[in-house]
Design a protein around this ligand. Structure first.
Ligand SMILES: Cc1cc2nc3c(=O)[nH]c(=O)nc-3n(C[C@H](O)[C@H](O)[C@H](O)COP(=O)(O)O)c2cc1C
Length: 377
């Protein structure tokens, strides 16, 4: 061992002894991450009506560039997949140009970003997207949804034809290529929280009788096809997948989580994506251990913090450390990053955290509650 190596090994040991694993650098595929804290994707409705990211979004993400990795908010890969007003998109050159402003600003601030790709399926409205929502089956989201002109009753989505399924897979792949053109290090395929891919996974929202419905092997098919197409388009090291087993967001229900997710992970593992991102991960649940065992690659865990808040005073640090001890490689936090641009420094030093301001500010335009959260000092 050369002297330099010995010195750096000593420093590593010293750092390891004094610092939480959360703040130690690591790798994600070809990327070197400064720490193991990931900013979770969060929809903030600050794009233009046409889905073009606005300059204020570059400011917001650059403020949070000290995260080991930022996963930018849910972004629609095609027009029909748009969920809510002012959601960003990535299906034409104006979207690429808007996102490039964001990735340039984050790179200049020393950060790295993936982009989450989300097709809403039944979570959408013709007044928002200009299209009738498409879903695995004509099972509507209960209640109302926000549109540009206020809340409207949800419509019954139309069952996707097999041709529309093939077009959707191609749209995800094209969106991934555009995301890389726009300067993202990769994309996260959103198969969580009750949007299109999750709707295919659940027998409550998927009543199909063709090769995409019924048996578990059929219900996982679309997610696997999307991930395969995206991997072929941009390379496995640029692809992550987000899942939410049993999470009831957007009125989801799942009867066979213990069969669906191991089967899904086994099929996805073969494609070798950069990471799996698990929402509301609880290290005390057997499912977390099952998923960890079933996944040979990097696992990002999003801890199950109180929802809705208030958040714990430590912003989720203790929960994050428990997840690392239980086998997660990286931990994502959402609301703590939303309210604390310098969250990594605050968690590292134990500085107090900014409280989150009005929840309604999360989803409206403008600077208030977006780019005006203060940093320390
Ligand atoms: C304002 C807001 C917007 C969100 N938007 C998304 C989204 O676009 N995509 C997604 O997968 N999850 C979304 N989530 C969920 C977060 O990624 C995260 O899973 C959740 O906030 C729990 O993490 P936390 O307890 O650290 O906040 C959102 C959460 C919040 C608070």
């Amino acid at each position: 061992m050369s002297t330099n190596t010995a010195v750096s090994a000593d420093l590593d040991t010293e750092a390891a002894g004094t610092e939480s694993a959360l703040f130690r650098p690591t790798r994600l595929g070809a990327l070197r991450l400064a720490n193991r804290l990931v900013m979770a994707p969060m929809t903030r409705n600050r794009a233009s009506a046409a889905g073009v990211p606005e300059p204020i979004m570059a400011t917001y993400y650059a403020q949070r560039a000290s995260a080991g990795l930022i996963i930018a908010e849910a972004t629609t890969p095609n027009a029909v997949g748009a969920t809510y007003p002012n959601i960003p998109a990535i299906h034409d050159e104006s979207h690429v140009a808007g996102w490039r402003r964001v990735t340039d600003a984050v790179r200049a601030a020393g950060g790295q970003m993936f982009l989450q790709l989300q097709h809403g399926g039944r979570v959408g409205h013709p007044e928002t997207s200009g299209h009738h929502p498409l879903a695995p089956s004509p099972v509507p989201l209960p209640g109302t949804i926000v549109t540009p002109s206020g809340h409207r009753e949800n419509v019954v989505p139309r069952e996707m034809t097999e041709e529309e399924i093939r077009a959707t897979v191609a749209d995800f792949a094209a969106a991934a290529r555009r995301a890389v053109d726009a300067g993202f290090a990769g994309v996260e395929v959103h198969a969580a929280n009750g949007y299109l891919l999750h709707q295919f996974l659940s027998n409550h929202t998927n009543h199909r009788t063709d090769g995409y419905g019924g048996a578990v092997a059929n219900r996982i098919r679309l997610t696997v096809e999307v991930v395969r197409a995206v991997v072929e388009a941009v390379g496995a090291e640029r692809v992550g997948v987000r899942i939410a087993p049993g999470v009831t967001a957007n009125a989801m229900a799942e009867d066979d989580v213990d069969e669906v997710y191991p089967a899904l992970l086994s099929a996805l593992d073969d494609l070798g994506p950069a990471y799996l991102h698990v929402v509301f991960a609880d290290p005390d649940q057997p499912l977390f251990r099952t998923l960890r065992k079933a996944w040979s690659g990097t696992l990002i865990a999003n801890p199950a913090l109180p929802w809705p808040g208030p958040l714990p005073a430590d912003g989720g640090r203790a929960a994050a450390e428990r997840l690392l001890e239980a086998g997660a490689d990286l931990v994502s936090l959402g609301r703590s990053f939303l309210a604390n641009p310098d969250l990594v420094t605050r968690l590292r030093t134990g500085a107090p955290l900014n409280p989150i301001r009005d929840a309604h500010l999360m989803y409206v335009g403008g600077e208030t509650g977006y780019t005006d959260y203060p940093t320390l000092g």
